[in-house]
Write a protein that binds this ligand. Sequence first.
Ligand code: C2E
Ligand code: MG
Ligand code: MG
Ligand code: MG
Length: 293
Amino acid sequence: YDAKRGRHGVSCFHSRLSQAASDQLELEQALRVALSSSELRVHYQPIVSTEDGQPAAVEALVRWQHPVRGLLSPGEFLAVAEESDLILRIGEWVTRQALRDVVTFRRLWPELQVHVNVTPRQFVQSAFAEFVQDSLRAEHLPKGAVVLELTEEALSEPVALQRCRDLNAAGFLIALDDLGVGYSNLTRMYELHTQRLKIDRSLIARLSPDHADQRSTRPIVRALSIFAEESGTAVVAEGVETPAQLEQLRELGCPYFQGFLEARPLPVTELLAYLRAKQPTETPGGRASRGPW
Ligand code: C2E
Ligand code: MG
Ligand code: MG
Ligand code: MG
């Protein structure tokens, strides 16, 4: 045993640890600057009907236009934000921006809703409902214009669960996000009376038409579609990438989807172009009617 090398190993370990810590601190500071110097962006991904491809909503997804590293996705910076108050400030910023933008979208597509991702840390705050209500009022939007996306993690904490129920009772629309990869609890899922269920992309990726395929998630998607229908909820499949997946969703009775097959998350101007292209051209006397959710 070489004492010298041992010591060297230890100091190496320490410096690697402190390197990670200082990288994190640096990222956090840069993110603070980004927030105040408007480097954050919101992109919007359409959520459309599996039957006729008509948009029902868009999901707001945050991006960071980093001056050096380019466009960063949430996976690259949200974890750091979660460890400080930054997640609350980013959350509020995204919500306000999304509600401002949906006013513009609704001029082209009147009933369009905007889904906003909310972390447990945001909505356990006692003033959260008031904040959303004030933001809606500032844009003269009805409550139904926004859908709050909560993950199953939200259902694991009693406080969070109660907040969820309060939001629901106050008339806010709630979507359960990333369904199937967290703590699925059918009773809670039912008792919450959420208005949307979003089936996680990992389950859609394994949607094989082969009935003999034990790994195929067909039975799960079918069961969730029936659950949704019976409980007056709308189910949305996430991460649809192929026409074959869409075909199966139709067959299984899943009414809505989002995914690269339809559109990637788009900046405002591109989303507007997308909506324009979706608009029916003909019909004197106005656009063909679209049913609500
Ligand atoms: P999520 O809420 O489940 O959002 C869906 C993610 O799936 C998005 O990733 C979207 O770009 C991606 N996606 C959509 N369709 C497809 C597809 O067909 N194939 C593949 N491979 N991916 C697809 P994104 O934008 O990187 O966001 C990742 C996660 O970050 C989100 O997952 C959400 O949990 C979180 N997030 C995003 N924006 C916000 C925000 O403003 N606030 C909070 N708290 N979380 C956010
Ligand atoms: Mg989401
Ligand atoms: Mg999701
Ligand atoms: Mg997901």
